[in-house]
Design a protein around this ligand. Sequence first.
Ligand code: FEO
Length: 170
Amino acid sequence: MASDKMNKALNAQLNFEYYSAYVYLAMAAHADNIGLKGISSWFDAQYQEEMMHATKFLHYIMDRGVVELETIEKPRKEYKDVLEMFEVTLEHEQEVTAKINDLATLAIEEKDHATNSFLQWFINEQVEEEATVKEILDKLKLAGTTGPGLFMVNNELGARTFAPPADATE
Ligand code: FEO
């Protein structure tokens, strides 16, 4: 069993993963509203990925503690432009990384080896999450956030599909 402190921290992260899904779902809706179907599709895939992260936490807490579902904060609805959307996405992912690192530090302090092992998947995942968003930001800065440049990035991002890993629900 996870300690009460660890259980509380894992539930807080569960809520934050659902909130992350909500943030990206709102971004998908906003991008669709302004006619950027490819970017909307990219954020929809990001939303599905966050739901997969939440499911992983949910099942782990079911195995090791007690699930406490909380209210999910309302996400932001509109953005100045596409650049701002991806800047906010990068900041959000950096916040997730910090939270996962804090959880891993707590697991080490508590000698909770099972939780520390569970968190390694997320530590690796965050490296990829941040790198992917940084790459999109670089492309947007090069191609531009209006006209043909945006059209090109929009088309490219529309090719992303979400494929859950084989262990997604473990
Ligand atoms: Fe669940 Fe994008 O971190």
